[in-house]
Design a protein around this ligand. Structure first.
Ligand code: PGA
Length: 259
């Protein structure tokens, strides 16, 4: 982290977990134990049907609610899809885009991710754009190449004055939901590399200002060490964001001296 130059962001990704009633219960518990300090931004990205309950519960708090996906089109005959302006109207501040589960299971391409990032920015949402390599790619030594491509294609056409609004999440696919966290050094190496890609695409100032999160089995035990890395500006947290006490411990881990 480096709070002098950029925001620290602790974001939860609930995936397909919790009903609206469970959301309400979770938010009540979270509010009762939420730390008072404001050392990081907090986001909870929840299933679409849970958004109204989450927004209602967190209205007077510092927790921003987000969606887990969006459609890049503004409206029309896209059965089952949700447009960015609908998310804004429902009270969302964030949207996760290009999570590896969507890329792998629902065939999302870098071009889809790019269209969604542009649509989210246009609507005033903060996109949390995900990237990450498979175990095979890591073992083949092509992690940097693969992620550089994902970043370049994902950010295509994002104007200079909007790039700071984008949050990038580095999530090695082999670490997601497996309990196999990347070591702080492995995660830092890639996050630093992502920042250098942003530096080349934009400028040093923009690269210094953008928040880059790590995701993949981040939990209350390993968060402190991961967040101590200079280029890891927060976390995108799946499993551990479903338990209020664990999520709060990760928020507390973001309260540490930075470089
Ligand atoms: P995990 O998920 O924390 O459960 O590994 C992270 C994510 O997929 O965003």
């Amino acid at each position: 982290m480096n709070r002098k130059y950029r925001k620290t962001v602790i974001a939860g990704n609930w995936k397909m977990n919790k009903t609206p009633s469970e959301t309400k219960e979770f938010m009540t518990q979270l509010k009762s134990i939420m730390p008072k300090g404001r050392w990081c931004d907090i986001a909870l990205c929840v299933p679409a049907v849970c958004i109204p309950a989450a927004v209602r519960a967190m209205r007077e708090t510092r927790v921003g609610i987000g969606a887990e996906n969006c459609n890049a089109k503004a409206s029309g005959a896209y059965t089952g899809e949700i447009a960015t302006n609908m998310l804004v109207d429902a009270g969302c501040k964030y949207v996760i885009i290009g999570h590896s589960e969507r890329r792998e299971m629902y065939g999302e391409t870098d071009a889809d991710v790019n269209a969604k990032v542009l649509a989210a920015l246009e609507a005033g949402l903060t996109p949390i754009m995900c990237c990450g390599e498979t175990l095979q790619q890591r073992e083949a030594g092509i992690t940097a190449e693969h992620i550089t491509m994902q970043i370049k294609l994902g950010l295509a056409g994002v104007p200079e004055d909007k790039i700071r609004k984008v949050i990038i999440a580095y999530e090695p696919i082999w670490a997601i939901g497996t309990g196999l966290t990347a070591t702080p050094e492995q995660a830092e190496e890639v996050c630093e590399m992502i920042r250098s890609v942003v530096r080349k695409l934009y400028s040093s100032k923009n690269a210094r200002a953008i928040s880059i999160l790590y995701g993949g089995s981040m939990n209350d035990k390993n968060a402190y060490e991961l967040l101590a890395q200079p280029d890891i500006d927060g976390g995108l947290i799946g499993g551990a964001s479903l338990v209020p006490e664990k999520f709060v411990k990760i928020i507390e881990a973001a309260n540490q001296p930075t470089v």
